[in-house]
Design a protein around this ligand. Sequence first.
Ligand code: SAM
Length: 254
Amino acid sequence: MPKEQQGLREEWIKLAPHWIAEARQGGDVPRRGMLDAYMLAACGDVQGMSILDSGCGEGRFCRMLAERGAGFVVGVDTCEPMIEAARELQSSKEEYILGDVEHMPFLQDESFDLGVSYLNHCDLADFEANVHEVFRVLKDGGRFIIVNIHPMRSATGLWQRQPDGAKVHVILDDYFAEGERHFKMKCVEITNFHRTLATYVRGFLKAGFILEDIIEPTVSAEMVERYPELDDELRVPNFIIYILKKPQGALASL
Ligand SMILES: C[S@@+](CC[C@H](N)C(=O)[O-])C[C@H]1O[C@@H](n2cnc3c(N)ncnc32)[C@H](O)[C@@H]1O
């Protein structure tokens, strides 16, 4: 494993116990209160489908898809504690593989109806490698649904706040300076990668995908009443969902 990959993996190994504990309580608020509904709607009727979840973590979304009738869900993640945790709750319709989603020789060409990537592209040094791999393993007409941090929010900039802590507005800077961003999650140093919207879209098209839709998730006022932590989501685009389709009769454009 390249040194950079090993370092990124170790960050996730450190974070895993905290991450797994939170997921076992239902997941974080943006997922529970907003993103899950968008992602499930984007996936549509998954009855009987074979589905690949790239960067599946401890398997939360795989289980949701299996519970909704997916025929078979394969989750791939590079972090061993995440895969072990996923296997603890695994049903007969799920399989978890320890592996790098940028290079998945263990998966056969054209073997999946649907691919999903739930907040994983921001973690990848080479997201295009993953996009090519998912393109390869999807059947013709198969879709790849990706939710990621919105490029407006993965750039640089926190909330500007009043002295009492009230949010004034988000600062956006360094949008065109692509590359690593470092922050702490549950006291663990995590590396993310920022890229512009154009870089992502170009990467999807270069792999051969059709871009069917872009969704910028938000919430209703009622949802904010229920989950006050989601107040940001009414004001700024924190997340983005890309819906990609592998055309019929496609050849990978490698
Ligand atoms: C933000 S978490 C999301 C986990 C899961 N999709 C979810 O929504 O709960 C990102 C996951 O990507 C995994 N990951 C990061 N780089 C990876 C890579 N190159 N190959 C496979 N998994 C990777 C991490 O181990 C971590 O579990």
